[in-house]
Design a protein around this ligand. Structure first.
Ligand code: FAD
Length: 486
């Protein structure tokens, strides 16, 4: 589909989850103009979640990360270009690459993602100090984990905890070794490690976190408490409320210990830094586009230039209900953004982006699923359905009478029901949720229960929150959301 209102060409910068989906959705919507997908990574577009899960354990190989086989791009006339875009010339409507080549665009989509924050301390560049964002990072980490004896994880966000779960579960083989079948079994085909490799030592893991609990900006206290217990039972050591002062080497350029702010030293042959990410906004900023904790876009994901969109991890977009700028780091967000941008470019929609966020994380054999967002304002009441000690429960987060988000631990049916309830704006109040017999699925089927009762049922707990700081932002790491100045 190309006509006078549709651009003759679309250039997408970044071929990650969002960039790839943009190209796919353009073709699915019948767009017939040229589509150029430019990737700074020397790989077919791939998905990142397995990098801290099945790929790290050795249960998935590189080709299983690919979002589509190479033939797909040929068949769909999607031009995959390897290289780094270094400049956007908005007047000439071109992007320039580091190798000097340039591409003209009718519409430009920025899907540049985010990069891991580095530790700003002495020794951060030593060998054995890792971050985890790309397939290359994961391959290096996997190889390092095969021989590591003492790992220190800096930052108890999703990346840090998923890594810790793998490091305490299996000793993976480096890429190229006979990984398949050696990494233990998986939970329900998800790639989650459930069994340990018999006879092989697990790595000691210490997680150092500046705040007083893991996932502090991402989940509620009951959920954070559960994951703390789970990891401790599996042998992970947590040091909360501690900062890192320096990393020390062994005299040959390899990391040997982590020095904490209190002077204590933790021996380490592997350090994973998981202290959040920074959105990659520099191209947009240099081109004069607004940046505010992410590339600023309107509700249709357009920047201030009507020929340039920004999507996914790099984009700060207004939440429709509050108007607050939000930046999310999740597959759902990147894919949802991409689909909307493609629909808009092909003229199929003028709608605002208003998708319900959801996110998941796998740690040991536990799956956490989150839906909704507290939008930086926090919540004031938590209702727990089920028994936290049983390892299967959901936490409903309310502000006043409004349900904002639901965290489900090993309760996939609750998660699906919560997505329906929140997506369809079906009213759930703390009173409903604490009425005897309340279930999310039941409420979905019969959304207007009789008179809500006020006595908490036996399998639920109501907790008024003292502070509203626990933000629910689907994010794979500890980075604060764009609208959270902390
Ligand atoms: C280890 C890991 C585990 C995760 N697990 C989960 C999970 O369980 N659930 C979940 O929902 N989300 C998870 N995520 C988050 C999810 O993968 C991201 O939110 C998603 O990939 C964002 O997609 P994106 O397209 O915005 O950015 P990306 O996928 O990061 O893609 C951006 C691409 O743009 C390229 N690029 C940047 N600048 C340029 C340039 N100037 N020129 C050319 N190319 C450029 C980058 O190299 C990169 O390839 C995880 C992320 C990681 C790293």
């Amino acid at each position: 589909m190309t006509n006078s209102t549709h651009p003759a060409s679309v250039v997408v910068v970044g071929a990650g989850q969002g960039g790839h989906q943009t190209a796919v959705s353009l073709r699915e919507h019948g767009y017939r103009g040229s589509v150029t997908l430019i990737s700074a990574e020397d790989a077919l577009p791939y998905e990142r979640p397995p990098l801290s899960k099945a790929y790290l354990t050795g249960e998935a190989d590189q080709s299983q990360l690919w979002l589509r086989p190479a033939t797909y791009y040929v068949r769909q006339s999607i031009d995959l270009v390897g290289g780094t875009v270094t400049e956007i010339d908005r007047a000439a409507r071109t992007v320039r690459l580091a190798d000097g080549s340039s591409y003209e665009y009718g519409h430009l989509v920025l899907a540049t993602g985010a990069r891991p924050r580095a530790l700003d301390v002495q020794g951060a560049g030593l060998r054995g100090v890792h971050t985890l964002r790309t397939e290359q990072d994961a391959a290096e980490l996997r190889a390092a984990l095969a021989t590591a004896r003492r790992a220190v994880v800096v930052g108890a966000g999703f990346i840090g905890l998923e890594f810790a779960s793998v490091a305490r579960s299996v000793v993976p083989e480096p890429e190229g070794a006979t990984a398949r079948g050696s990494g233990g079994s998986t939970a329900r085909g998800t790639g989650r490690p459930t069994a340990r490799v018999p006879g092989r030592a697990r790595c000691e893991v210490t997680v150092v976190e500046a705040l007083d609990r893991p996932l502090a900006r991402a989940v509620s206290a009951p959920t954070a408490g559960h994951f703390t217990r789970l990891h401790r039972e599996e042998g992970t050591r947590f040091l909360f409320g501690r900062g890192v002062a320096a990393l020390h080497g062994d005299g040959r350029g390899r990391v040997a210990s982590v020095e904490l702010a209190d002077g204590r030293r933790l021996p380490a042959d592997l350090v994973l830094v998981g202290v959040g990410v920074t959105p990659r906004t520099e191209l947009a900023a240099a081109a004069g586009l607004a940046v505010n904790g992410g590339i600023t876009v309107d509700s249709r994901l357009l920047t201030g230039d009507p020929r340039i969109s920004a999507i996914g991890d790099c984009a700060a977009f207004p939440q429709v209900r509050s108007g607050n700028l939000l930046r999310l780091e999740s597959v759902q967000n990147a894919v949802g953004h991409a689909r909307l941008a493609a629909e808009r470019i092909t003229g199929s929609t003028t709608r605002a982006y208003d998708e319900l966020p959801w996110f998941w994380s796998d740690q040991f054999s536990t799956r956490l699923q989150i839906t909704g967002v507290t939008d930086g304002g926090g919540h004031d009441t938590e209702v727990v359905l089920g028994d936290v000690n049983s390892g299967a429960f959901s936490v409903l987060l309310f502000r006043g009478a409004d349900l904002l988000a639901v965290e489900s631990v090993n309760r996939p049916a609750d998660h699906l029901a919560a997505r329906q309830l929140l997506g369809r704006a079906i009213k759930v109040t703390p009173d409903y949720a604490t009425a005897p017999g309340f279930t999310l699925r039941g409420h979905l089927a019969h959304p207007t229960p009789g008179r809500p009762r006020h006595t908490p049922g036996a399998d639920r707990t109501v907790m008024p929150c003292r502070s509203s700081s626990a933000d629910v932002t689907p994010s794979p790491d500890t980075s604060p959301p764009a609208n959270d100045p902390s």
